[in-house]
Every structure is written in structure tokens, then in C-alpha cells.
Design a binder for this molecule. Structure first.
Ligand code: ARG
Length: 255
């Protein structure tokens, strides 16, 4: 009799114990399942703070949240100054960077990139009443505003005869300098420039078509092969099942 009582007791307790361990274990998994994302959230329409809701919004934000959702991970966006964005990734402040970041050879020496998720290029922005600039060569003798450390800066440096390049911590600041007449032009990613022109009609305009070819990628610390593969797999699914096109239409309309 005592033997069977012990067995009965075990029969009751074991499932409870197992369930407890499962919940505790699952909790650990969930805790580790946060995808921390660094982004310079001042780059509409890719990433910006929605003034009504106070939330991070934009194409990149939607895309990375969708990636996270499909990987069963909670996405935490960490607003980060562009200048320190790669050092922050290397230091482990976040797991990935999505920030309209162009895949460049130099950056690829420090970090890994996902497969490209967006094709774009640099354009010149000038004040709406300026008719003197049609192409990069027309920037001879002009002051050009750029966001520091961006491909806009690197592209401006390759244009001969530019009088001066002024570096701003953020793209909105570079565009503000242009609006205020502190610079003659800005060099910016195409769709960001178009959004700026759209948001400030009659103030700024985009000149011509892109004069560089660039692709955005999600940056990841080297050595995180599994995360990289998961992200690439998910990006491919998002493109294949039409979700990408929906996001594109949402943020860029017919552009
Ligand atoms: N595509 C450019 C680059 O990679 C500019 C990106 C700036 N992104 C931002 N969120 N401020 O250099």
C-alpha cells in the first residue's frame, strides 16, 4: 500500500513539475527572443517618430517588425545616432541595424549584411527656386550639406570642384541648413529627398535622377550566421508572398 501511495503521489506531482519546468523554460526562451534593433530614427519615410502616436514608424520599422514576427521574436527599436550606429552594433547594444543603411565594401569589413532589401541612389536637393543645378557637375563652387558618415557624404566627396562639404549629425539638419540658405545643395538618398520635397512643397526640389546605385541591407555582427540566415530566409518569404509589395505601396505609393 505505501508503494502505491507513493506512485499515486508521483503521478500527481510529476505533471505539475513538468508543466512548471516547461513554463519556466519557455519563459527563458521568450526572454532571449527579443530582437534589439538599432536605427537612426530620423529618416522619413524609412524611419521616423510618428508625431501623433510617438511611435517609431516607416518602411524599415514595418519590415523589421514583420521579420521579427515571423521569427517569433519581439522587436525592440533602439533610436541611435547615425555616427555611432556601427560601433553600437559591434558593442552589442543591439542585434541588428536597420536604418536605410547602404551596403558598402568598407562597412562589410566590419559587419555582415543581409541580402539587399531596397535599391536606391543619391540625388541632389536644392531650393525650389534654384535653376543653376541640373547635375553633379553643377555643384562646382557650391556648398553641399550632407549627413556625416553617409553615402551622401561619400558621393559629394567624389564630385570635383565642390567649394565645401558641411557635415550634419542628421539628414533633417542637413536639409534644414539648405532651406535656411546655409548650403546650396544637399546630397541625400532618393526617396528621403522625395519625401522631403513632398512634405515641403515649394521649398525644396529634387534635381534629376540618382547618380549612384546603392542597396540597403540589414547589418548584423559578424559571426552570427544563424541570425543572418534566419533574417535572409524571412526577407525572401516577405518578398515572395507579396508582403514586401504591400509595404512598398504603403510607404512609397506609386513612386
Ligand atoms: N543610405 C545612406 C547610408 O547608408 C544614408 C542612411 C542614413 N540613414 C539614417 N537612418 N539616417 O550611408
Amino acid at each position: 500500500m505505501p508503494g502505491s501511495t507513493a506512485r499515486n503521489w508521483l503521478r500527481c506531482v510529476l505533471p505539475v513539475l513538468a508543466a512548471f519546468l516547461l513554463v519556466a523554460g519557455a519563459h527563458d526562451v521568450v526572454a532571449a527572443q527579443v530582437l534589439r534593433v538599432g536605427s537612426d530614427v530620423a529618416y522619413p519615410p524609412f524611419e521616423f517618430v510618428d508625431e501623433e502616436t510617438g511611435e517609431f514608424a516607416g518602411f524599415d520599422m514595418d519590415l523589421i517588425r514583420e521579420v521579427g514576427r515571423r521569427l517569433g521574436m519581439e522587436v525592440e527599436i533602439i533610436n541611435t545616432a547615425w555616427e555611432g550606429i556601427i560601433p553600437g552594433l559591434l558593442a552589442g547594444d543591439y542585434d541588428v541595424v536597420i536604418s536605410a543603411m547602404t551596403i558598402t565594401d568598407e562597412r562589410a569589413q566590419a559587419v555582415d549584411f543581409s541580402d539587399p532589401y531596397f535599391a536606391t541612389g543619391q540625388v541632389i536637393v536644392v531650393r525650389a527656386d534654384d535653376t543653376s543645378v541640373q547635375q553633379p557637375a553643377d555643384l562646382t563652387g557650391k556648398v553641399v550639406a550632407v549627413q556625416i558618415g553617409t553615402t551622401g557624404q561619400f558621393a559629394a566627396e567624389r564630385i570635383e570642384g565642390v567649394a565645401r562639404i558641411d557635415h550634419y549629425p542628421s539628414t533633417p539638419e542637413a536639409l534644414l541648413a539648405l532651406r535656411l540658405g546655409r548650403a546650396d545643395a544637399a546630397v541625400v538618398d532618393e526617396l528621403v529627398a522625395m519625401e522631403e520635397a513632398r512634405a515641403n512643397p515649394g521649398t525644396l526640389k529634387v534635381v534629376g535622377t540618382p547618380f549612384t546605385v546603392e542597396y540597403y541591407g540589414i547589418a548584423i555582427r559578424k559571426g552570427r550566421q544563424e541570425l543572418l540566415r534566419s533574417i535572409n530566409r524571412t526577407l525572401a518569404q516577405i518578398k515572395a508572398d507579396g508582403t514586401y509589395d504591400e509595404l512598398y505601396a504603403k510607404w512609397f505609393g506609386s513612386q
